[in-house]
Design a protein around this ligand. Sequence first.
Ligand SMILES: Nc1ncnc2c1ncn2[C@@H]1O[C@H](COP(=O)(O)OP(=O)(O)OP(=O)(O)O)[C@@H](O)[C@H]1O
Ligand SMILES: [Mg+2]
Length: 269
Amino acid sequence: MTDRPLAAADGPHTADPLLEIADVTMRFGGIVALEAVTFSVSQGRIVGLIGPNGAGKTTLFNCLSRLYRPMRGDIRLNGRSLNRCAPSDIAALGVGRTFQAPTLFASMSVLDNVKVGAHARGANTPLTDALSLPRMRREEHELEQIARATLTFVGLDQMAARPAANLSLGARKRVELARALAVQPSLLLLDEPAGGLNHTEVAELGALVRSIRDRLGITVLLVEHHMGLVMGLSDQVVVLNFGRVIADGPPDEVRSNPAVTEAYLGTRH
Ligand SMILES: Nc1ncnc2c1ncn2[C@@H]1O[C@H](COP(=O)(O)OP(=O)(O)OP(=O)(O)O)[C@@H](O)[C@H]1O
Ligand SMILES: [Mg+2]
């Protein structure tokens, strides 16, 4: 397969900030989930977002994908504020995401699950689908090609026709990744992709995430508790604790930061 149907970014990687998170604050009643969170992600980077349970990582992803509306602050993608965007706009803007909890349609085939992602990015609407115009049918064919190319990329092309329910956890996680890639994102948000995987599967996932960046040019924001994976993959690591950024820098620097060690020592990690 060529990388073309999936390629999201042309040209060399640059250091332009693709994503800027500025002063983002989110509270649930008395709980401060995010407090003045500020950091940026340059294009072409793999950025690890870590922190103890309840630190605010998933909440930040939910703010990014507009499922939550922050009470304060701004999130900019390619310089454009997402403040006025609806959750349904996010895929079209080039953001793909996987979820911490499984979200596949169990009775649908692997291919159809991945096509959901391609659809989210495509121009088809329920109305044009209902009319089934010839141009739209062509588009449907293109969406299927994108979904198949994505499945090949994650190594699941042989499983396209199987119901998602019959897959192992490792394969299900790959299908979720394929669905997020079928959006053809410029930014990919991964929420604990290694959760529940065995040692070999974690190593394979690491190689896959690296190739998503290297071969497809996609910038990755990676939430993960598996320290070996995050530290080995990331160019930059941002640490959240009780909703605040307590460290932001290269993995080696973050690993030896006393505030980070202290945050983890106070938890079950
Ligand atoms: N919808 C919600 N309603 C109320 N509180 C919430 C909601 N979502 C998150 N929270 C709270 O916000 C805080 C941050 O939660 P979040 O899920 O973002 O943490 P996390 O860093 O993703 O943790 P984990 O590593 O366990 O997944 C927690 O105290 C959590 O209970
Ligand atoms: Mg979480």
